[in-house]
Design a protein. Structure first.
Length: 252
């Protein structure tokens, strides 16, 4: 008799996931948990040992992740997590900030009720993840919350622009979650997002923008900046201003 776990409600048998699929999901979880940083080598032999499987499914998983844009093949280095330069991060984070500020400016002071439900559903998903300790799932849920916040503007092109950065944003979120491990658990992560939603519903536009600026989603910039190559004059100036602002918040 087939295992009930492999059957749909209709009774049709579902094939169990392949080893390559399982390896792919494991690697995605590792990347979105911040265990594998942008630019870090993914050594096949080590991955085989960690996953307890042979090379063929690992190679297949890496090929699929390369197609998805999470992994790159670099001559003489092999597979690496898709690298981000300091300038890349500068562009991603500043664009994210401006898109979120624009969305809040358009949505408040009267955010549409049906769109708020979407934000609450994202928070509820985060609440279910906290007891599991699954950092990768929390990274995904955190992105879903922020895309729901952007969706409050009822501006499809704005939401599409934000969603187009999904992969890069989640890589930054994963780096941030890793940087915050020593100061925040998953429940703390949840509470930061709850506070944003609370202010969206009860606060002013300015209060929401201040909370977004203090949200803590840029912690990784100062913690990991030295690990990233590819600085530019623009990214150097931006990071210096960020250091000054954070230092001021800590001493203020």
């Amino acid at each position: 008799m087939a295992d009930p776990a492999t059957q749909q409600a209709s009774g049709r048998i579902i094939a169990p996931p392949s080893l390559a699929s399982l390896a792919k999901e494991n690697l995605i979880d590792g990347i979105l948990s911040g265990d594998y940083l942008p630019g870090e080598r993914l050594v096949e032999e080590r991955l085989c040992q960690q996953l307890g499987i042979s090379r063929p499914p690992v190679r297949e998983a890496l090929k699929e992740l390369e197609i998805a844009g999470l992994v790159m093949q670099i001559p003489r280095r092999g597979a690496v997590v898709a690298p981000l330069t300091q300038h890349d991060v500068y562009e991603i984070v500043t664009l994210r900030n401006e898109l979120e500020r624009m969305a809040i400016g358009l949505a408040l002071p009267d955010p549409p009720a049906e769109r708020l439900h979407r934000c609450h559903r994202a928070i509820e998903a985060m609440e279910r993840i906290v007891p599991t300790g699954n950092e990768a799932a929390m990274t995904r849920a955190g992105f879903d919350f922020h895309i729901a916040v952007v969706g409050l503007a009822e501006h499809q092109r704005l939401e599409d622009a934000y969603r187009a950065m999904a992969l890069q944003l989640q890589l930054c979120m994963a780096m941030n979650n890793k940087a915050r491990r020593s100061i925040e658990d998953l429940n703390g992560n949840l509470e930061r997002h709850r506070r944003i939603l609370e202010l969206i519903e009860t606060g002013t536009r300015d209060e929401v923008l201040v909370e977004l600026d203090a949200h803590g989603h840029q912690t990784f910039l100062l913690a990991a900046v030295d690990q990233l190559e590819g600085a530019s004059e623009a990214s150097d100036k931006w990071l210096e201003k960020l250091r000054e602002r954070i230092d001021g918040q800590q001493t203020g």
